[in-house]
Design a protein around this ligand. Structure first.
Ligand SMILES: NC(=O)c1ccc[n+]([C@@H]2O[C@H](COP(=O)([O-])OP(=O)(O)OC[C@H]3O[C@@H](n4cnc5c(N)ncnc54)[C@H](OP(=O)(O)O)[C@@H]3O)[C@@H](O)[C@H]2O)c1
Length: 275
């Protein structure tokens, strides 16, 4: 099976690294990447073929993974317009870009390409700990969905959604979510400093707490709300902290933040698809 990556930057490198560890042969992977240092790094790390621009041989690839910046996509797809074979499964990891626009750009003046899967990964994918929301066009069969899932599972877990619009919600929760968590870590660290801890200790405690709580939530049969109740003794320290958080309207503020991210995702989808 021939797999072609368009773009060989951070996300493509993470996917390729994870795929090679999971038995996808590097000999079947080709990357198109204009940057010479990125091409050399991919070639020497994985022994794959990296090209400056598409040649005639790439249009028959079984899979095309679109991993350029959303703003670069329309120009990058111009070389493929009308040239890609109908069988090619196209998997986009580009934030915000809608399948109707990608399909239209790939089709050129002919029939839009329809074997399309759109994914919304997140930054922890760069360390193999991502979570990706995925949506497949109706033209993608079960084997195509399974293949797309195997590729994205190389950098973490995956969640399928039933409608493409739900990827705006995925963007608001898990796409932008790492920034909310980083912000939470920053605040916890600052609180530790304020309580007189050494900077390294404050950071270590803040990051370790988030990591440990997430792992416990993942491993436990209990819902996060139950886990929270279990560590909140009446009249204790956690109860004092949670009462303060509730009084600040923290929960509603976070829900409002996600709403703002989802709304911005919808707006960007409109803008990016123009032309
Ligand atoms: N990084 C993340 O955590 C993350 C999370 C979710 C989604 N994504 C999505 O993943 C995609 C890639 O992001 P990234 O972080 O990997 O970006 P990146 O590191 O900038 O990689 C994109 C690469 O594509 C290259 N490129 C530009 N034009 C090209 C063309 N015409 N043909 C082939 N390659 C071309 C760029 O080269 P130059 O640098 O020379 O322009 C760059 O090396 C984006 O669409 C983004 O929305 C990324």
């Amino acid at each position: 099976m021939k797999i072609l990556f368009l773009g060989g930057g951070n996300m493509a490198s993470a996917l390729i690294g994870g795929m090679c560890e999971r038995g996808f042969g590097a000999g079947n992977i080709t990357v198109i990447e204009p940057d010479a240092s990125a091409r050399e790094r991919l070639q020497s790390n994985y022994g794959l073929v990296a090209l400056t621009c598409p040649d005639a041989g790439v249009f028959g690839s079984d899979v095309l993974v679109l991993a350029v910046k959303p703003q670069q996509m329309k120009a990058a797809l111009a070389a493929f317009a009308g040239a890609l074979q109908e069988k090619t499964l196209v998997i986009s990891v580009a934030a915000g870009l809608r399948l109707v626009d990608i399909g239209r750009w790939l089709g050129g003046s002919g029939v839009p390409h329809s074997k399309l899967v759109r994914c919304m990964p997140n930054t922890p994918a760069l360390v193999g700990a991502g979570v990706t929301g995925m949506f497949a066009a109706p033209e993608v069969d079960a084997a195509g969905r399974e293949l797309a899932e195997r590729i994205l599972a190389a950098v973490g877990s995956v969640v399928w959604v039933d409608a493409e619009e739900q990827l705006d919600a995925v963007t608001g929760i898990s796409g932008s979510g790492p920034a909310y968590v980083f912000h939470f870590i920053e605040a916890l660290e600052a609180a530790g400093l304020g309580q007189g801890l050494h900077p390294e200790s404050a950071r270590c405690l803040a990051i370790g707490t988030v990591l440990g709580a997430a792992r416990l939530a993942e491993a436990s049969k209990d819902a996060p709300s139950t886990l929270r109740e279990k560590v909140t003794s009446k009249g204790g320290t956690t109860a004092a902290a949670l009462a303060h958080l509730a009084a600040t309207g923290w929960h509603d503020a976070l829900v409002g933040a996600v709403d703002a991210a989802c709304a911005r995702s919808r707006e960007l989808g409109e803008q990016l698809g123009q032309g």
